[in-house]
Design a protein around this ligand. Structure first.
Ligand code: ADP
Length: 268
């Protein structure tokens, strides 16, 4: 797909063969958790993968991956070397701030310039996949990413089952349609809780709303991920979930979703 919205400042070349934006309508629905685990899962499958955190106002990728406080280096004085977690290459604006509590106060054009530099002035190498974690909503950051990348592959949209989250996610889908960015699919996160003691399932926030909404909006549904208490502790302690808890229900459900995404983008 060529980017119909190609702006004059669009990159000449994408750093990756396939680039996937991870979007959500609201914060707190697990978008960064999905972005981080998707990137790790792809890199564990042997794909050369980069993860770019464009959530400038609340970057959570460094925390989720246990990479807080990382300082970036440069081998040639021109381009920055990304931080590395195994073979996964990671860039977050958090790595460039002098203090972790520094707020980022930037207007739209400045954000676009910074995102452009994060694509162009980083030694990404030749990537198979670039996963871009965007802040919630349809603001400057996802718009800049879509306009800068010559051929963005598509978006994965994360929601929780409640109507409160679904109404905002419809806007994210419309945003993709307006920019002619293919929607690879919707993931319903925090969908039900399976009791670790008795195995019974409770639909704490309801269930199935994401699938119904995806079908109403004519976009694919990628699957449900249950509430998994270990995700919270693994995120807080910087242990990427799919890597450390490969046998959990979350990891198994997630693996199926990643396989689906790879098949979709390879078929295209
Ligand atoms: P967002 O990027 O949408 O703001 P995060 O990925 O930062 O959301 O997740 C918000 C919080 O929810 C984090 O503490 C994360 O560990 C937790 N979380 C995400 N997905 C799940 C899940 N399936 N089960 C339990 N906790 C989750």
């Amino acid at each position: 797909m060529s980017n119909q919205n190609t702006a004059p400042f669009s990159l000449e070349k994408s750093p990756a063969d396939k680039s996937i934006l991870v979007l959500s309508g609201k914060g707190g629905v697990g978008k960064s958790t999905v972005a981080a685990n998707l990137a790790i899962s792809l890199s564990m499958q042997g794909y050369s993968t980069g993860l770019l955190d464009t959530d400038f106002h609340g970057p959570s990728i460094p925390k989720l991956l246990g990479m807080e406080g990382t300082k970036l280096s440069s081998s040639d004085g021109k381009k920055l070397n990304p931080a590395e977690l195994g073979s996964l290459k990671v860039i977050s604006v958090d790595f460039m701030l002098s203090s972790r509590t520094d707020p980022v106060i930037w207007r739209g054009p400045m954000k676009m310039n910074v995102i452009k530099q994060l694509f162009e002035d980083v030694n990404w190498g030749d990537l198979d996949y670039m996963i871009v974690d965007c802040p919630p909503g349809t603001g400057d950051e996802p718009l800049s990413v879509v306009q800068l990348l010559p051929e963005p592959t598509g978006a994965v949209i994360v929601t929780t089952p409640q109507e409160m989250s679904l109404s905002d996610v419809r806007r994210s889908i419309q945003f993709c349609h307006a920019l002619k960015l293919p929607v690879l699919g919707v993931i319903e996160n925090m969908s039900g809780f399976v009791c670790p003691h008795c195995g019974s399932r409770t639909e704490l926030f309801g269930s199935g709303g994401g699938e119904k909404m995806a079908s109403e909006m004519g976009v694919p549904f990628l699957g449900r991920i249950p509430i998994e208490p270990e995700i919270v502790s693994s995120g807080d302690s910087g242990k990427p979930f799919v890597y450390h808890y490969g046998n959990s229900q979350f990891a198994r459900d997630f693996e199926g979703i990643v396989t689906d995404i790879v098949e979709k983008v390879t078929a295209d």
